[in-house]
Design a protein around this ligand. Structure first.
Ligand code: ZN
Ligand code: ZN
Length: 212
């Protein structure tokens, strides 16, 4: 498979113009949010019926969702709301994404405070975490769960997928971390990696994976 189901969606969202933060605030959040909804409806017509009510969200409602996300909570209104708000936040942060010379041995991004959602192994086999919000990346140990700090190799497993994509799983905290090995994939393509990540996580949840 060369194209993953959500790849075009992630790519189109990444192509949206950045939104500007001001003094730690997120001005014009409603406009930036609605543009994200437009892209989601266009690229995922199946989701349009769920997207429609989000268009009517009031400013206080949007501010509540934004606060929940910034506080690291799950948005009670559901996965699609969470996805749309997070994708809107990405527009305010993506220009700050950078390759860090040093970073923590965890999944918490030192630039924006969000968590890494994916990782990659470089051509030399070193592993890097990638922030879900600003795309900054920093090197992390390979035998380590970034979520709970587990270092016992017996508790850490990974499931190989196709084309160098793989899913790390920690048996201690049940944390998942999708990744790509750049010794097998030609280049780092974050839209593709996130689309593959969604598929790998779904297969894992359905039990359709074999440990390496
Ligand atoms: Zn970040
Ligand atoms: Zn863990």
């Amino acid at each position: 498979m060369n194209q993953y189901a959500l790849e075009t969606l992630y790519r189109s969202l990444d192509e949206l113009a950045p939104c500007e933060r001001e003094a730690g605030e997120y001005p014009n959040f409603e406009d930036c949010f609605r543009e994200v909804l437009d892209v989601i409806s266009l690229e995922q017509p199946d989701w349009a019926a769920q997207v429609q009510p989000l268009r009517a969200a009031s400013r206080p409602q949007l501010e509540r969702w934004l606060k929940e996300l910034l506080d690291g909570e799950e948005i009670a209104s559901g996965d699609l709301t969470q996805f749309a708000v997070e994708q809107t936040l990405r527009r305010y942060w993506k220009q700050e994404g950078r390759e860090l010379e040093e970073g923590p041995e965890s999944d918490v991004c030192p630039v924006c405070g969000a968590r890494a959602d994916v990782a990659y192994l470089d051509k030399d086999g070193f592993r890097y975490a990638v922030c879900s919000r600003c795309d900054s990346h920093w090197q992390v140990s390979r035998i380590l769960c970034l979520r709970c700090g587990e270092k016992d190799a017996a508790q850490l497993e990974y499931y190989p997928y196709e084309n160098g994509y793989r899913l790390y799983h920690c048996k201690t905290c049940d944390g998942l971390l999708p990744a790509v090995d750049l010794r097998e994939a030609s280049k780092l393509d974050l839209a593709k990696l996130r689309a593959a990540a969604a598929e790998m996580q779904l297969l894992f949840e359905e039990g359709q994976v074999e440990e390496s």
